[in-house]
Unconditional design. Structure first.
Ligand code: SF4
Length: 274
């Protein structure tokens, strides 16, 4: 099955509207240090194509009665996309069938497909966790640097595409001090900010220990993940919400139990505003 109803391990904290998850690739070569896909995808940081993808996808499109979220377990613009152009082929198909799409990426490669995206019911959410390229290299080893992601937002905005930014995850001692600065840097090009704090799984602790003193925090098990104490999480989210208000941006939090007023938690409401 290529398209499935999005269900983040039945988390009670998930506020997502009904949507469908689809990834053109298995695995993701961006190899972010905090990524959770290593807990359920073998050889997760090596993206590979799915067999007979377009043929199989066509047979499953009838299921989609809301929108497709692309992607939740890989980046649709993982470096391999440059060669295979599979995400582009999928977008063409979605355009042809009038399917709404939320594109979530860390790559400026999304700009290559602006000719399609501007003519379809779609919104783009770009993840930016830091503005510092050295820091980004440490935590998102093979993803494009933050400056390129901001350039991509600018281009998408120039083409009339409504965008959001994910400041996700907020990692204490790594990027928590610059969260306001990130909002200011992207505010001219986006409508909405989504944020979420670090929620490691058991297998991410080892990787995270390479970049931070993760053991100094008290982690609370929630489902398959570990959460920071609520007061720490909410203090980060309150800071972002405050600066969003100042910049006339809407704000939401992802799987935090944090109350927000935006129409959707994932920025998908922007599809309908187009
Ligand atoms: S871009 Fe997303 S899916 Fe890819 S490695 Fe990073 S966190 Fe994981």
């Amino acid at each position: 099955m290529l398209i499935s109803e999005f269900d983040p391990w039945k988390s009670k904290l998930c506020t997502c509207p009904k949507k469908y998850s689809f990834s053109p690739y298995t695995g993701c070569s961006h190899a972010c240090i905090y990524c959770y896909i290593t807990s359920y995808i073998p050889n997760a940081f090596h993206a590979r194509l799915k067999k007979d993808l377009i043929k199989r996808l066509k047979k499953e499109l009838h299921k989609v009665d809301t929108y497709i979220s692309m992607s939740n377990s890989s980046d649709p613009y993982t470096p391999e996309e440059k060669k295979f152009q599979m995400t582009r082929k999928c977008l063409k198909l979605f355009k042809e069938y009038g399917i709404k799409v939320l594109i979530i990426t860390k790559s400026d490669m999304v700009v290559r497909d602006v000719d399609l995206i501007e003519n379809m019911r779609a919104t783009v959410s770009i993840t930016i966790t830091t503005l510092d390229k050295e820091k980004a290299k440490k935590i998102e080893k093979f993803a494009p640097p933050p400056s390129k992601r901001i350039d991509a937002l600018k281009t998408l905005n120039e083409h009339g595409i409504l965008n959001s930014v994910r400041i996700d995850p907020i990692i204490p001692s790594i990027n928590d001090e610059e969260i306001e600065e990130i909002v200011y840097a992207v505010s001219p090009y986006v409508k909405h900010i989504i944020s979420s704090t670090l929620k490691p799984r058991q297998d991410s602790f080892k990787r995270l220990r390479e970049v931070m003193d993760i053991d100094k925090y008290k982690w609370i098990k929630y489902g398959n993940s570990f959460y920071l104490p609520k007061n720490i999480r909410f203090s980060f989210l309150e800071r972002i919400e405050k600066v969003c208000k100042k910049n006339n941006l809407t704000f939401s939090a992802c799987r935090e139990g944090y109350p927000f007023k935006a129409e959707s938690c994932d920025g998908s409401h922007l599809i309908n505003l187009k």
